[in-house]
Design a protein around this ligand. Sequence first.
Ligand code: ATP
Ligand code: MG
Length: 521
Amino acid sequence: MAEKQKFQAIRGVRDLLPPETALWNRVEQTAHDVFATFGFGEIRLPIFEVTELFARSIGADTDVVSKEMYTFVAHSSKYQEELYSEIEEAYDDSIRSGDENLFLTPARKFIDGLEASLKGGEIGLTAGTEAALQSLTSTFRRYEQALEDPNLKGEPELEILRHELFFGCWDCPLGETITLRPEATASVCRAYIQHGMHSLPQPVKLYYLGPMFRRERPQKGRYRQFYQIGAEVLGGTDAPAIDAEVIEMVVTFFARLGLEGAKLDLNSIGCRECRPEYVKLLKAELSKPEIKDKLGADSQRRIETNPLRVLDSKLESEQPVIEKLPRIAEHLCPACAAHYASVKHNLVLRNVAYHENWRLVRGLDYYMRTTFEITAPGLGSQNAVCGGGRYDGLIEILGGLPTKGIGFAIGEDRLILSLQEAGKSPAPRRLDVYVAWMGEKTYDTAVRAARALRGAGFAVELPATAQKFGKALGHADKLGARYALILGEDEVASGQWTLKTLSDGSQSKFTEPQLLAHLKL
Ligand code: ATP
Ligand code: MG
């Protein structure tokens, strides 16, 4: 007998079940409500995008892009998949039979198919795909000519050309390389450009919520499918008041949820002018033997790849060394220093408490100037619930006009964990009325009663099959119902329905309109 297969959600992803989903809904509804009061509109984004969008914005050397993305080639049509297998078979056949001609027709068909898909927009026309088409066409022509040349018959040149043509086809991206989004800022910027939002009144204020995907080591507060709630402000100005208001919005949202003990860390990481200077200085300092030797292997490696990340180290033994390193606040250019001072002033104006943390750097390449992170209690070492900052160059990198931008992303899973730890889960919705109908003749009345009660907003359980009185009341109790509406043949005949209060067992009789009026009290 075949063994029954037990399916399980894959590692790092999880189901969210009731009653916990009630808390998720409360958090999301609060986000909609609070963000609307700040003039933000919701944007709903696709869950996958072309890989290049993330590679270019987040940065190829970051952890996210270099090792955490879920990327795959999406064949855009069945037809294209068939082309691949046809060409593979034809190549094998021509090798086996020694008949070069067997490969010619499928190769032609493959190239025509590629050309048509590029023209029809099924495959994105990029420098890569265009070059692939050109090179395949030229290899094909050489192969065709060589086949007609009697001097080349049976010569290794033919075989080499066929080989080249086959691998040219094989490597050719018949389909787009797409990635499940690891974050949403890149998509928001892509959408801003795509829909010409620069011609809307500026700044454009958008928020989003939904799942993100990163292939990380799963642990408490770290999942492979996790949820973010984020917002972005895009437009022509980088006025520090915008930074402060965005932060004020997150803080207001957290306060509305009753999240206590959240801590806001703030820093400025400078701009394209002053940061490289500081990084150079930091690198020189870190490279001094008396400092380098005191660092662990990870930090030593980062001196070369990304010295700023050394500041992020949590390693106990490195702390005394790091504390003595030069600080970016002392190396900001005058414009960045003034911007940072004004952000702080604007936060004070809004009663937002912050903690300056010169070691706060962020893991994505696009950040500049203002960066911030909010941590919350009850989360162990994954205690960051929100990360954000300014990314003024990003829209331009993605092909748009020069635009300023700032935003944040809240880790909804961690926010929920922290609220749960603090006992902030809402009481689950109670069942109001259990309709205990008895005897087939009462069923149509029971259906009508359930519809009227639900129409008035009550939560109603209408059992699908007839039950004996005792069993029905036991079931109502288990479901935690407040009332049982008892509909026996007597009740239906007289139009006087019995309502039993389950907490004390008391009973009263009502007509249908009286019952609705009574329950609404
Ligand atoms: P961390 O340092 O915790 O890895 P990060 O810097 O990678 O976070 P961001 O990319 O800035 O995080 O994302 C913003 C927020 O999203 C984080 O502060 C966190 O709350 C949440 N987050 C990020 N990765 C995950 C994950 N794998 N699982 C759950 N939440 C996550
Ligand atoms: Mg991370």
